[in-house]
Design a protein around this ligand. Structure first.
Ligand SMILES: [Fe+2]
Length: 269
């Protein structure tokens, strides 16, 4: 996709209405829209330096960052504040909500997989809470014969849940340990039309996170896989059920960390 124009200080080039429409059509039909060569090599260099510093602080083990503090201190802040990205996701949000208006609030996170804990945080199939997910690959292992940590996506498996209760029930049905083991099976993935996608740093990847079950495959223990994730538009934000669901998510993250005897930060998603 070729850039249309660029706003001063915006790391991303703006897209025309036609380009956003093509992105939207691709997400609807194949489950994923790709904005190619969206971020510059200089931006990737800065993001990788940030990841290197964070790895030093996390004993070179898996970590994830959530909330606003990490973002303010990271080069990813420029993506979060991008006018071009905001225009794009606002249009996509109106489309996926089919006339229902929601606030396109944003939650940004960073996930860096490496070591044994990185393996444990792989193939954990889930739906996001937000309608639009933008995945920004920053470091992807690319060694022949080794797993790259590809994204596995079951495109548009469900609609946008009409209530927080329905969302939680559906998530419990597909995200529990027993069923997760099934989603990992290549045969099950073929039955449900799952797509295995290699992520290329520089591109941005868009999908309907609340509609598409997804997870990353593991990469080799000694490699590093770093991504930033920008989620937009939680249709059930602010409710009691949502807070309970957030607490449950934090509990599961802490349990994973305890099993590996590694302390990891967690926060609301
Ligand atoms: Fe996700």
């Amino acid at each position: 996709m070729m850039p249309f124009q660029t706003h001063p200080h915006d790391p991303l080039p703006s897209l025309s209405a036609e380009q956003i429409a093509r992105l939207q059509e691709s997400i609807d039909t194949v489950g994923m829209g790709v904005w190619r060569d969206a971020v510059s090599p200089a931006f990737l260099d800065a993001a990788r330096s940030f990841i290197g510093q964070q790895l030093d602080e996390h004993d070179h083990q898996y970590f994830s960052l959530h909330g606003e503090r990490w973002l303010a201190a990271s080069p990813l802040k420029a993506i979060a504040e991008s006018t071009a990205l905001r225009q794009t996701v606002d249009t996509l949000g109106k489309h996926v909500m089919a006339g229902r208006t929601i606030k396109m609030n944003m939650a940004a996170s960073m996930r860096v997989l490496t070591g044994e804990l990185g393996q444990r945080h792989s193939e954990r199939y889930h739906y996001d809470s937000y309608v639009v997910t933008v995945l920004v690959p920053l470091i992807m292992p690319d060694v022949p014969g080794e797993p790259h940590g590809d994204l596995v996506l079951f495109p548009n498996l469900r609609g946008v849940p009409g209530s927080a209760m329905l969302n939680i029930v559906e998530k419990l049905c597909v995200e529990n340990g027993l069923v997760r083991a099934l989603w990992r099976q290549p045969r099950v993935q073929r039955w449900f039309g799952a797509k295995v996608m290699k992520m290329t740093p520089g591109n941005l990847y868009f999908f309907w996170g609340i509609r598409s079950l997804h997870a990353n495959q593991a990469c080799a223990v000694g490699r590093v896989r770093g991504t930033a994730l920008f989620h937009f538009g939680d249709p059930h934000a602010g409710g009691v059920l949502k807070r309970l669901s957030g607490a449950h998510h934090r509990f599961k993250q802490q349990r994973l960390a305890r099993r590996a005897s590694v302390k990891i930060p967690t926060a609301d998603l």
